[in-house]
Design a protein around this ligand. Structure first.
Ligand code: GLN
Ligand code: ZN
Length: 772
């Protein structure tokens, strides 16, 4: 029984605090390394105690395992001044965060927001973990520059624990890397990279390793023939590199699909497959595998927080024992446990009905132990544990906290008319123009204003009971009022209330919707020292009461200018939560959509002329396989339309997305049929708008002209120039003027001059347009 990898952050975020203390100069490098070592030791001994027999090492990282791999193979760009020896700790962190440290990201979901010299960061497959993108050149030289896998193997052995080192495989590593050189594909570096891996494997076997887990999640992606050959080439070499060493090739996050034959043909000693995302591949894999291949079955969900139904897993796996003996079977989570929180036991405030339905990393290890006992000794050996699991599954499936017949009935009643605005955009635009009377190039912001230390202090004082509800409300009202006054003063056309009352754009809604649970300590790593604590959607979602109307009404009462109602969309709520696994995601999305639709209706009834529904995370939910994109985009767009289509033609629906890579999904974005969309563009100098060269975007659009990820205050001329660039691809009468994203992570000292300049840029364009 294996874990493939466990969370590195510690049960109480020990790693984060150690890192931040080191970065701020409050503690030494030796302190940090000592704490990291203690976390590794605790992870190893805890796994041994819970019965794991294939305990991973080298799954730990101070920042990111892809970055560690780049460093290990010597792929350290010249900017970091590496001299060929051991990379200094601060150079490592410079690759991760830039030498000035990371600028905060507004979205709390990165891809944005790191210092100038940091490597780029992007999502690890379809998880919310972000890795540092290795940068390679066509004359790249590789060398074994760090022996971290060997060092950690020996470190565990010192504790009397024999581990199975984990390394990121060479093909996935190259596939995740990027190059600035046009037309150069890093995969072509494989022959140059392999000797480094061969040397590493030789050193591991010399240190006493008998197995190595080599992760190749790229095997679940769409591959071109060339990439499949890369696997054959690589493993042909690596399998014989270190006699006596066995390779467990780990695939996860989906089905091997059309890469199955390739995977089964590789001369490795073991193959791990994800049977949670892709249960249907069990039979094919079991039948197709060589007799002597050790199959590692990913049976427990490494991506979600639900307790497994162990008996039903056994029902699926036991027949396999007829064709494969236990010597050639291992059981494991579907993927590394990195993506789930550490320990359910330390949650003391969870609903006692719901808590037994959950399993975090430690509990998942215990589940694997029960499964391994049942498979090796028979179910009777663990009858009580199996019964408890069955009971929990039954309680969950019958619970009235999960199932609300009213919601299930309402879902059945979604008709086409509910997904369709009454008039087409041309007609709506006409009516909205008449009602709103906005100038050309209308100016607005994305929603939030700076969450100052004062705002955060008041929120936490209120949460701790040190600030009364009345005083907290009064404080929020003062903040909101001064934001409204200031927006009027600088001449913005469409105002926002500032979102001072919101802790987070998903949590704020989750806390007011039924079907959501929140934890105290259930953090998972998003990137580096940034962790998130996603809400858990356990039941049918409904909206017992209006969520935002009161704050909108208060803000609108202060001004004659329109104030946007501000909501988070269903797909974003879904993509940033742990979602129940007993319903298809699209069904949960529709439930949330109905709840948001009710909120939209209430905002409109209260008098809101404009309502913004943010879909910040729509793009990141795209499935790994292209063939699955259409189905996802269909229900994602449908969900948005369910939210937004209940309003009168005069009511203007806005949406916002925090990215600019639209080319592949522009049709879906247009199909959402929002009246106005704001997107991120300033950092790419409107390059993204290339998507709009070939596709004529029909509605109104605000390409961000102010990069909110940087403290820099843009000049009037720069922003005016960006707008001129934009108007080359998009009709000037379609353009809005706004920043890239919300302003909550910026300081007022930056935001004030930047928005004054932004308004001035819009004025320049208006004057020009009038003159023409
Ligand atoms: N309305 C949100 C804000 O301004 C949007 C944030 C986001 O897109 N990530 O903060
Ligand atoms: Zn955004």
């Amino acid at each position: 029984m294996a874990t493939l990898g466990v969370p590195r952050i510690g049960p109480r975020r020990e790693l984060k605090f150690a890192l931040e203390s080191y970065w701020s100069g409050r503690s030494s490098a030796a302190d940090l390394l000592e704490k990291a070592k203690a976390l590794r030791a605790a992870n190893w001994t805890e796994q041994a105690r819970r019965g794991v027999t294939r305990i991973p090492s080298n799954d730990f990282s101070l920042y990111d395992h892809v970055l560690d791999t780049a460093v290990m193979v010597g792929a350290i760009p010249p900017a970091y001044h590496w001299d060929g020896g051991e990379l200094p700790l601060d150079s490592y962190f410079a690759m991760a965060r830039g030498s000035q440290g990371e600028a905060a990201s507004a979205c709390a979901h990165p891809g944005h927001g790191h210092g100038v010299t940091a490597l780029e960061m992007t999502k690890w497959f379809d998880t919310n973990y972000h890795y540092m993108v290795p940068e390679l050149t066509d004359d790249q030289v590789f060398a074994l520059a760090s022996t971290k896998p060997v060092d950690h193997f020996l470190e565990a052995r010192q504790l009397g624990i024999h581990t199975r080192p984990v390394i990121l495989g060479p093909v996935t590593f190259l596939k995740l890397a990027k190059s600035h050189q046009e037309g150069f594909n890093p995969i072509s570096l494989l022959p140059r990279l392999l000797p480094v891996y061969e040397e590493l494997l030789r050193r591991l076997v010399a240190a006493g390793a008998d197995w190595v887990q080599i992760d190749e999640p790229a095997l679940v992606l769409d591959l071109i023939p060339n990439e499949r050959h890369a696997f054959e080439f690589a493993y042909g070499r690596l399998a014989g590199a270190a006699p006596g060493l066995k390779l467990m090739l780990a695939t996860y996050f989906g089905s091997l699909g059309d890469n199955l034959d390739t995977a089964l043909s590789l001369p490795v000693a073991g193959l791990h497959v994800d049977l949670v995302r892709a249960p249907q591949q069990l039979e094919k894999v079991a039948l197709g595998a060589r007799k002597d291949l050790v199959l590692s079955l990913g049976l427990v969900d490494g991506r979600n927080v639900w307790r497994a139904n162990l008996a039903s897993i056994l029902d699926r796996v036991e027949p396999i024992l007829a064709v494969r003996d236990m010597q050639h079977l291992e059981i494991a989570p579907s993927c590394s446990l990195l993506h789930v929180p550490v320990d359910l036991e330390i949650e003391t405030a969870l609903d006692p009905d719901i808590k037994p339905w959950l399993a975090f990393a430690q509990q998942k290890i215990d589940e694997l132990f029960v499964l391994s006992q049942a498979l090796s000794k028979g179910r009777a050996a663990v009858a009580a544990q199996l019964q408890a699991s069955t009971d929990a599954a039954r309680a969950r499936s019958l619970s009235l906290k999960v199932h609300d017949p009213l919601i299930e009935g309402r879902l059945g009643g979604i008709e086409d008319a509910m997904k369709q605005r009454q008039a087409n955009f041309g007609e709506r635009r006409h009516r909205q123009d008449r009602k709103l009377g906005l100038p050309a190039f209308p100016t607005t912001t994305i929603g939030s204003f700076p969450q100052t230390a004062e705002v955060r202090k008041a929120r936490s004082a209120h949460a701790k009971g040190e600030l009364s509800y009345i005083d907290y409300e009064a404080f929020l009202k003062r903040e909101t009022e001064s934001a409204i006054r200031w927006q009027e003063e600088i001449g913005l056309d469409v105002l926002v209330h500032g979102e001072f009352e919101r802790n987070d754009m998903v949590q704020y809604f989750g806390e007011q919707l039924s079907g959501f649970a929140f934890t105290q300590h259930a953090w998972v790593q998003s990137y580096g020292s940034r962790y998130v604590r996603p809400p858990i959607i356990f039941g049918d979602v409904s909206r017992p009461n209006p969520m935002t109307v009161r704050w909108w009404r208060f803000a609108q009462s202060l001004t004659a200018k329109p104030v946007k109602g501000m909501l988070t969309g269903p797909v974003t709520i879904l993509n940033w939560s742990f979602v129940r696994d007993d319903l298809p995601r699209e069904t949960v999305s529709r439930q949330i959509a109905l709840a948001i639709r009710d909120e939209v209706a209430d905002l409109e009834a209260a008098g809101a002329a404009m309502i913004q529904i943010d879909e910040a995370a729509l793009r990141e939910g795209l499935p790994l396989r292209k063939s699955d994109w259409k189905a996802y985009l269909d229900w994602a767009v449908e969900s948005f339309r369910i939210c937004s289509s209940g309003v009168a033609d005069e009511t203007q629906i806005h949406t916002h997305m925090c990215y600019s890579e639209f080319n592949q999904i522009i049709d879906a974005i247009a199909a959402m049929d929002a009246d106005v969309i704001s997107i991120e563009t300033s950092r790419s100098r409107m390059e993204l708008l290339d998507a709009f060269n070939s596709f004529k975007y029909p509605n109104e659009i605000g390409p961000g002209v102010y990069d909110i990820h940087s403290p820099r205050v843009p000049e009037v001329g720069e922003m005016a120039e960006l707008l001129v660039l934009a108007s080359k691809r998009i009709g000037a009468n379609q353009l809005w003027v706004n920043p890239d994203c919300g302003l909550k992570t910026r300081r007022w000292e930056e935001v004030r001059p930047a928005l004054v300049n932004m308004v001035a840029a819009a004025h320049q364009l208006r004057l020009k347009a009038e003159a023409a």
